[in-house]
Design a binder for this molecule. Structure first.
Ligand code: NAD
Length: 258
């Protein structure tokens, strides 16, 4: 039996596609045949990525999106569907971090992280899911996928990253709640908990002495790179993964088993 997983005919929207993991997820899905919709605030970066994807033979659209702004979420999802067509796959990836002791967290620090990582991710998924549910009522065989990008910080706490950890723990529980409510509409909702992967969110830290010390304490003494998640992303986005729903997958090079 020959079996080939491909994403031709699928439309995948990736939030926070302007850098790091989001940019990589978009490239991987496009290389696998999906039409991707790149969503982020920095449209100059999205234009560059779209050109890169097109130069490699892929198809990409872009929409401006600020996940902290509910009106922006609604209009970006609507715009994405007008431009590209119905969204089959959502990669809910946009995120920010901040570092301070819990005793020093201000209401603004708290809001910055929670409004992006949790409230933002919730309403992006909700807006996409409303449309997916409506379509699945017309055609119950339709398959949709939502992949939330949580973090190992949602499973274990790290010093100075308390609010980030709280937000990502919320994303994990959110994933399970969505899976429970939306599974019957053919929407599978799963989460990836990456370990430490070099991107703009952390590269400054990993160049410091404390950062280098942390790298040397990792199980294989190395950071990940965004392409380390390619296989997992494709697995969770694939139509063939019908029985994976509400699953939280850790991808941390063994850090959590230490
Ligand atoms: P990154 O900083 O390169 O990417 C984050 C993306 O989110 C950027 O494109 C940024 O512009 C976008 N974003 C931030 N606020 C936004 C907003 N209000 N509206 C729209 N887009 C917004 O970092 P990354 O490492 O690629 O992070 C991607 C996701 O992976 C985040 O959710 C992060 O928490 C998670 N994560 C990263 C690591 C890691 O080690 N890099 C580990 C675990 C989880």
């Amino acid at each position: 039996m020959g079996i080939e997983v491909n994403f031709e005919g699928k439309i995948a929207l990736v939030t926070g596609a302007s850098s790091g993991l989001g940019a990589r997820f978009a490239k991987v899905l496009a290389a696998a045949g999906a039409q991707v919709v790149l969503a982020a605030r920095r449209t100059d970066r999205l234009k560059e990525l779209r050109a890169e994807i097109e130069a490699e033979g892929g198809a990409a659209h872009m929409v401006q999106l600020d996940v902290t702004d509910y009106a922006s979420i609604k209009s970006a999802i609507a715009h994405a569907e007008t431009e590209a067509g119905p969204i089959d796959i959502l990669i809910n990836n946009a995120g920010v971090s901040s570092s301070q002791r819990l005793l020093d967290v201000t209401p603004d620090d708290y809001a910055d992280v929670m409004d992006t990582n949790l409230r933002g991710a919730f309403f992006v998924a909700q807006q996409a899911a409303k449309r997916m549910v409506a379509r699945s009522k017309g055609d119950p065989k339709l398959q949709h996928r939502i992949v939330n990008i949580a973090s190992i910080a949602g499973l274990r706490v790290s010093p100075q990253l308390g609010v980030y950890c709280i937000s990502k723990a919320g994303v994990i529980q959110m994933t399970k709640a969505m899976a429970l409510e939306w599974g019957k509409y053919g929407i599978n909702v799963n989460a990836i908990c990456p370990g430490y992967i070099t991107t703009e969110i952390n590269e400054g830290f990993f160049e410091t002495d404390a950062g280098r010390k942390m790298i040397s304490a990792l199980p294989r003494g190395r950071l990940g790179t965004p392409d380390d998640l390619d296989g997992l992303l494709l697995l969770l986005a694939a139509e063939e993964s019908r029985f994976l729903n509400g699953t939280i997958v850790t991808a941390d090079d063994g850090l959590s088993v230490q």
